[in-house]
Design a protein around this ligand. Structure first.
Ligand code: IFM
Length: 447
């Protein structure tokens, strides 16, 4: 038995664009993901989030699933383009949807953990420069205040951003996510403005309502050298810098890591960093959310020192998920220790962890996913070990409640513990959902 502490928060997570659908209803305006996914070649099979899991119309059914699982908390995101229209006016009908969601959670005894930004920037703001423009950070603060005024009385935990690395580097540095730019200088400007949006908002919300717990969620991955050569060790440090320290250092120490700034000097002069910005970004945090999926085993690539072109390998003999991500739960324990030691003390939550596998319904309609159960068990045990060794880990949100729109992979990758048959929108609990319900009821995995 691996008993977690009393009060440990068991949850599941989703994000607006990945599940809601209803992209043109009740005054919602287009987001960068509507525009990006409509362009042929950007998303596998031409999929879009236009319908997704139709959660917007099935919210009660989906909340019942949460109640059935017995979770303590549910992490969801608010879609900015539902709440603020292209003229910058508040859209009450959009807010009403989230009010119904939050009320429905409370009625079922489930605590809402609200994420303000999970990648669906209003396209109208992208047209004015998106996250490369400082003004977007200021618009974000206004948006955050609107959401807080409407829902703050019922929502204690607010996460400002989900995975700013992905927003900045996949969206502006690599061009594989919306809005589809491939320019490292833009990615660095986007990074800075995302972090500024976070910091200004954290300060503002704390000032207005000290009872709100404000955090941010980062995708963090331990980076190990593939071999013990000096070249591989340097390559691993570069990837760690760009992926982890570029976010953790300003948030927790008020400075950008010099080695990462130096790596990209030919792409930007960093004129977008203004006096006082880093102090704002370094605002006190009530918690840090960690999304952990995999570590990186990094080998040097002599022709390029750019972390975006890094040679990231699967260590021999390590199993992989349907995303080709190596399954290495021990790295989660190491990561939790490192974050606590280097950037704590700070309450931590695992705000995402989970895996995609090739799931299908058998002739009886059942969906058996033993590989996912093994994945989750291994990671929960790794989290448990970290707690036993002193890490202040407060909760675990499984990604994801439902199969959903996996960004540039479309609907081809299934991360849910609940299977969604997209043509009928029928939901079926996979065996991992039954297993997770038992884990929650027992307060930890039994083996
Ligand atoms: O689906 C995503 C989620 O939106 C952000 N974190 C990683 C998940 C799996 O790729």
């Amino acid at each position: 038995m691996f008993p977690f502490p009393q009060g440990f928060v068991w949850g599941t997570a989703t994000a607006a664009y990945q599940i809601e659908g209803a992209v043109a209803e009740d005054g919602r305006t287009p987001s960068i993901w509507d525009v990006f996914s409509a362009k042929p070649g950007n998303v596998r099979n031409g999929d879009t989030g236009a319908i997704a899991c139709d959660h917007y119309h099935r919210v009660d059914e989906d909340l019942d699933l949460l109640a059935d699982l017995g979770v303590d908390a549910y992490r969801f995101s608010v879609a900015w383009p539902r709440v603020i229209d292209d003229a910058g006016q508040v859209n009450r009908r959009g807010l009403d949807f989230y009010r119904r969601l939050v009320d429905g959670l409370h009625r079922r005894g489930v605590e809402p953990f609200l994420t303000l930004y999970h990648w669906d920037l209003p396209q109208s703001l992208e047209d004015r420069g998106g996250w490369t423009a400082r003004d977007t950070a200021l618009r974000y603060v206004d948006y955050a205040q609107v959401v807080h005024e409407a829902l703050g009385d019922q929502v204690r935990h607010v996460t400002t951003l989900n995975e700013p690395w992905v927003s900045a580097w996949c969206g502006y540095g690599l061009g594989i996510h919306a809005p589809g730019h491939a320019d490292p200088g833009m990615a660095l400007a986007a990074t800075h403005h995302l972090l500024l949006a976070h910091g200004l908002t954290a300060g503002r919300l704390r000032e207005k309502d000290p009872s709100t717990r404000v955090g941010i969620t980062l995708n963090l991955s331990p980076c190990e050298p593939a071999t013990d050569t000096e070249a591989d060790r340097a390559a691993a440090r570069r990837v760690d810098g760009q992926l982890n320290r570029l976010y953790l250092d300003p948030l927790r120490r008020g400075s950008y890591p010099q080695d990462v700034l130096d790596l990209y000097r030919e792409h930007t002069d960093y004129a977008f960093v203004r006096d006082g910005d880093l102090a704002a970004i370094n605002a006190p945090l009530d918690f840090l959310g960690i999304n952990y999926y995999r570590p990186n085993s990094v080998a040097d690539r002599p022709e390029s020192s750019d972390p975006l072109r890094a040679d990231v390998r699967i260590p021999p003999g390590v199993p992989v998920t349907a995303m080709d991500w190596p399954v290495q739960p021990d790295a989660l324990t190491d990561l939790l220790h490192r974050v606590s030691a280097d950037y704590g003390p700070l309450p931590l939550y695992i705000t995402e962890n989970g895996a995609a596998y090739e799931d299908y319904a058998d002739p009886d309609g059942r969906v058996q996913d033993p590989q996912r159960v093994d994945f989750l068990r291994g990671h929960l045990r790794a989290a448990h070990r970290a707690i036993e060794e002193g890490v202040d880990l407060r909760g675990y949100f499984l990604w994801s409640l439902l199969d959903n729109f996996e960004w540039s992979e479309g609907f081809a990758k299934r991360f849910g513990i609940v299977h969604v048959d997209y043509p009928t929108q029928r939901r079926t609990l996979k065996s991992s959902a039954h297993w997770y319900r038992d884990v929650i009821a027992r307060g930890g995995p039994d083996v």
